[in-house]
Design a protein around this ligand. Structure first.
Ligand code: AVJ
Length: 318
């Protein structure tokens, strides 16, 4: 962890761990091990979102390229995923057919991730201009790179579900403002469905999601210099919150915890059974999401689902 990340973790921990309920921002789940575990999650039988969204993009990528005729694709979170590649291939084909250039701009807060994914994509798509940019797309001053033609901003994976209602409205409003008239926004969002299937997707039989969630304890232990904080002292909980239509991941203390964070110069106490909120994953219905997008200032042009009606991809236009 860089010194900067260490300070950020200390700030986030000081803010969150003493809140009621205790919480820590979801991004701390994604250290190197967490990112590998998330990759493993996307291949689990219970975790349907990645497969469903991929199938939608497989069916629609060419149509998206034709409908938008975009010259630039800006992706929030830099992807080397199959989903990103499906879109890039469709835009590359269109660029070749029309004789125009196409630029891909992955945005990410991590320079290392950006550089490695950009190098990989540059090899695989020699005809696309790849211009990675370091940016926190949740920051207030969200701006998009200039472009010779329409831009399409892309936010996939259902990651919008990590935002609570207020953050989501703020983000969508800022994004709508950052778009010019004629620009597009492509959004992937998971749909509300049978509770059993939702919970199973976040509490898989193999225990990968449990390891992913409990890894946050290890991030805290290492980042804040806290011996005596043990991953095994926490249970993974995935729970459906019907009021806020979201899956919540919690870590529940299996025993009384009293640990010194040397990095904070502070002790953290939790009673056995107390829970720490580590992630929300909001689920949507298509009309409510369309209303939210309209409210933010974009016009919904298309909504596509997969054969099972599990996942939703929405194309809107400013
Ligand atoms: C990466 C935020 C889309 O909410 O489904 C998967 C993260 N957490 N299993 C999701 C996640 C536990 C995932 N997103």
């Amino acid at each position: 962890m860089t010194a900067d990340a260490g300070r950020q973790l200390a700030d986030d921990a000081a803010d969150g761990l003493w809140s009621d309920p205790p919480t820590l921002p979801t991004k701390w789940l994604y250290d190197e091990r967490g990112s590998l575990l998330f990759d493993e999650i996307t291949r689990l039988p219970e975790y349907y979102p990645t497969r469903r969204e991929t199938s939608i993009l497989y069916a629609r990528a060419t149509e998206i390229a034709a409908l938008t005729d975009a010259a630039t694709m800006v992706e929030f979170g830099s992807g080397t995923s199959t989903k990103t590649r499906l879109l890039l291939a469709a835009f590359a084909d269109r660029a070749e057919a029309t004789g125009r250039r196409f630029t891909y701009v992955p945005l990410d807060v991590s320079t290392e991730i950006l550089e490695s994914s950009a190098a990989e994509l540059a090899r695989d798509y020699p005809d696309i201009d790849i211009e990675p940019a370091v940016a926190d797309f949740t920051a207030p001053d969200l701006t998009l790179p200039a472009s010779d033609g329409p831009r399409i901003a892309v936010f996939l994976g259902g990651t919008i579900g990590n935002f609570d209602d207020a953050m989501r409205a703020t983000f969508l409003g800022r994004l709508a403002k950052a778009l010019d008239p004629g620009d597009y926004f492509l959004l992937g969002a998971d749909l509300i469905k049978d509770t059993g299937r939702l919970v199973a997707a976040y509490n898989d039989k193999a225990g990968v999601t449990a390891d992913f969630n409990r890894n946050m304890i290890e991030v805290l232990r290492r980042g804040l210099d806290a011996d005596g904080l043990y991953v095994d002292d926490f249970d993974h909980i995935a729970r459906w919150n019907p009021v806020q239509h979201r899956i919540e991941m919690w870590l529940r203390a299996r025993r009384d915890v009293d640990v010194r964070f040397r990095g904070l110069d502070r002790n953290w106490q939790l009673e056995r059974g107390a829970e720490v909120l580590t992630e929300i994953s909001t689920k949507f219905d298509r009309s409510t999401l369309a209303d939210e997008l309209a409210q933010a200032g974009v016009v919904v042009e298309r909504q596509w689902t997969d054969d099972h009606d599990d996942f939703l991809v929405t194309l809107s236009r400013r």
